[in-house]
Design a protein around this ligand. Structure first.
Ligand code: GLA
Length: 340
């Protein structure tokens, strides 16, 4: 090939490549979205250490991948961090956020701050309360069907106790409460309601409040109850989620109880995986798994549609009632079914 022809063909192909890349850029501008054009939403959770909330984040990201929006995930363990997070969200150009608040009483402050930035808000799991302590019904909410799931906890505990032919005379219920959180109050209430309906003596259902919604808080509460009832030989343990119930189980272990004389059933499922995977069974018999995947995906999807199409969530309140009992036998299969 002659030198000139060769140079010409290089020039021609580089021009062609050049024009190709120009047209690719043009079509990206027309059809795709660069990162700074993407819709952004915030997803703020009170306890990111709980696998429940990590699962919600994962599924919010899935919704983001499906619809092409970005999810900014921020941990908000207290009021100050929550209000700061709203500043961060607004500064990033996000148009709204999903939140599980660290304290329902922050509801009015969160809404006031969000309104100041024109941000849309959807609550997940825990409902906001106004200054009077009443639920803020007008703020969209996706949560678990707390009373029903609590009732199921009571039913399953009773069923398992009967299966083991325990003598009610030497059995009692430890109910670790967190009544200031409405969803927790409803779950425990539902559970106690089922147990008494099925015939468990109400006077042997002992309630004890936890100071914090984590294992150490529940462990302290349970220990204080156990010292008051040395006569009890067998325990059923009720609580609003896996960590609360796990705190109860750890406390009974400290007093020499084990899988033979404790039946505990948690709620969340995601946070019970390690316990159910233990080689030797513990008093933690199982956990009710609702739908953290749906909570995460659906709230993010609702918010995206609200932002982009102006469609506010309708209905404003959604209670997700699907629930499955995980035990040592089925937990792997059931979690896998949900992609967890
Ligand atoms: C509350 C609890 C969480 C989880 C969610 C589910 O926020 O603190 O552990 O159970 O409810 O709705």
């Amino acid at each position: 090939m002659k030198k000139r022809t060769f140079l010409k063909s290089i020039l021609a192909s580089s021009l062609l490549l050049g024009s190709l890349s120009i047209s690719m850029n043009a079509s990206a501008a027309l059809f795709g979205k660069s990162d700074n054009e993407k819709v952004k939403i915030g997803f703020l959770v009170k306890q990111p250490e709980e696998p429940w909330f990590q699962t919600e984040w994962t599924f919010a990201d899935k919704a983001g991948a499906d619809y092409g929006f970005e999810v900014i995930k921020i941990a908000v363990p207290d009021g100050e961090k929550t209000l700061n997070a709203i500043d961060t969200i607004a500064a990033s150009g996000a148009k709204g956020f999903v939140i599980c608040t660290p304290d329902p009483k922050l509801g009015s402050a969160i809404i006031a701050k969000a309104k100041g930035y024109d941000l849309k808000v959807i609550t997940v799991d825990d409902q906001f309360l106004n200054a009077k302590g009443e639920p803020m019904e007008d703020v969209p909410l996706v949560m678990m069907a707390a009373t029903d799931i609590g009732r199921r906890q009571g039913e399953e505990l009773y069923k398992e106790m009967q299966k083991r032919k325990w003598d009610i005379a030497e059995t009692a219920v430890m109910a670790i409460t967190a009544d200031e959180l409405d969803t927790a109050r409803r779950r425990v209430h539902g559970s106690i309601e089922s147990l008494t309906k099925l015939g468990f003596p109400a006077e042997k259902i002992y309630r004890v409040p936890t100071k914090t919604n984590d294992i150490p808080g529940a462990l302290d509460a349970a220990n204080s109850l156990l010292v008051q009832h040395p006569e009890v030989k067998k325990w059923l343990i009720v609580g609003m989620n896996d960590n609360t119930v796990l705190g109860g189980v750890r406390a009974t272990e400290g007093q020499g109880f084990n899988a033979d004389n404790v039946i505990a059933i948690g709620i969340n499922g995601t946070d019970a995986k390690n316990e159910l995977a233990k080689e030797k069974p513990t008093g933690f018999y199982g956990s009710l798994l609702p739908s953290p995947d749906v909570h995460g995906y659906h709230t993010a999807e609702l918010l995206y549609k609200w932002i982009t199409k102006g469609e506010a969530p309708n209905p404003t309140h959604l209670e997700v009632s699907d629930v499955v009992l995980l035990t040592r036998e089925n937990y792997k299969k059931e979690l896998e079914k949900k992609g967890l």
